[in-house]
Design a binder for this molecule. Structure first.
Ligand code: NAD
Ligand code: UDP
Length: 314
């Protein structure tokens, strides 16, 4: 069995490459390294079943031989990344998804799209069920990511309906863990890095906005359960994969201060435009259909992420 992982040198993609190799797949990782890093996959370079190709997936994808699964994870994902690279983000969600689907079609491979809770925008329904259509501002700064992913879902469904390929869509909610970039600007990495450096923790707005944080190994369990399920119409519908334990950003800051033992103060900054007020996955479908539930609680997950950041060169 051979799997192609686009974005495989990123945070989530590299954990996915590890798991697919453990599951017995040969893995071809395609990444242009705009937000990823070969450090995330360096430990795999000696494995003859793993291959890395530096390539922009918005350009034609040529892969030799049989491919059983194409997992499309390439895309800037942190708000500071996609705000800095708006055109690349739109291109990888549209042209990149088209190329990845084209590869899956040519190889008669199963296709799995990494979508996002951002397709729900600033949701007016909480928790979010997969049947909710969302509340996205298409012309706001976050629209480049949200609309790219919404387009990617539409393109995936069109390829399924028109070309009959076997597709899966995972809507990933805020995920954290080892291999996040310390400077990726996301709230978990920012707070841990700030706490370890004794610098103020920067809360945007009042900190009353909520998020639901999923540890990366739980996310990978959910993705592989979805990938491995036999084809059916049910499997082609999007699945929320996330941890339904919802908390405020302020509560997260206090938790990280407690777990690091840091004396850092808390400071507030302006809330970014269109920052969602609430976010929490309804995971009923994933738990009933895939038998999946997250297993790692916030304390254990944050502790292991703190250990990862502590070991990084300063
Ligand atoms: P990441 O930035 O660490 O990884 C993305 C990878 O894609 C990077 O290695 C980057 O170099 C690569 N990439 C970007 N554009 C590319 C292109 N044109 N060609 C080839 N490679 C390209 O981000 P992540 O957190 O690992 O996210 C991975 C995927 O999961 C993304 O599709 C993201 O939208 C999705 N997702 C992640 C989260 C999360 O909380 N981490 C939440 C929702 C969705
Ligand atoms: N946030 C914050 N301080 C930071 C970074 C982020 O208060 O230093 C807030 C951000 O405004 C958002 C939440 O934390 O409300 C999650 O931000 P992140 O960038 O991790 O992901 P998002 O869910 O917005 O994509």
């Amino acid at each position: 069995m051979k799997a192609v992982v686009t974005g495989g040198a990123g945070f989530v993609g590299s954990h996915l490459c590890d798991r697919l190799l453990e599951m017995g797949y040969d893995v071809l990782c395609i990444d242009n390294l705009i937000t990823g890093n070969t450090d995330n996959i360096a430990h795999l370079f000696g494995d003859p079943r793993f291959k890395f190709v530096k390539h922009d997936v918005t350009e034609y994808l040529y892969v030799e031989g049989t491919v059983h699964a194409v997992l499309h994870f390439a895309s800037p994902a942190s708000p500071i990344d996609y705000l800095e690279m708006p055109i690349q983000t739109l291109k990888v969600g549209s042209l990149g998804t088209h190329k990845a689907l084209g590869l899956a079609k040519k190889k008669s491979a199963r296709f799995l799209l990494a979508s996002t809770s951002e397709v729900y925008g600033d949701p007016q329904v909480n928790p979010q069920l997969e049947t909710y259509w969302g509340n996205v501002n298409p012309i706001g700064p976050r629209g480049v990511y949200d609309e790219a992913k919404r387009f990617a879902e539409a393109m995936t469904m069109a390829y399924r309906r028109y070309h009959g390929i076997d597709t899966r869509i995972v809507r990933i909610f805020n995920t954290y863990g080892p291999r996040m970039r310390p400077n990726d600007g996301r709230v978990v990495s920012n707070f841990i890095v700030q706490a370890l450096a004794g610098k103020p923790l920067t809360i945007y707005g009042e900190g009353s906005q909520t998020r639901s944080f999923c540890f990366v190994s739980d996310l990978i369990n959910g993705i592989t359960a979805l990938l491995s399920a036999p084809p059916s119409e049910e499997m082609a519908k999007p699945f929320n994969i996330g941890n339904p334990e919802e908390r405020t950003v302020r509560d997260l800051a206090l938790k990280i201060l407690a777990l690091t033992g840091s004396p850092s103060p808390i400071e507030t900054r302006d809330l970014p435009v269109d920052d969602p007020h609430v976010r929490c996955p309804d995971i009923t479908r994933a738990s009933k259909t895939l038998g999946w539930r997250p297993e790692v609680g916030i304390d254990r997950g944050i502790r292991s992420t703190i250990e990862y950041f502590r070991k990084l060169p300063s």
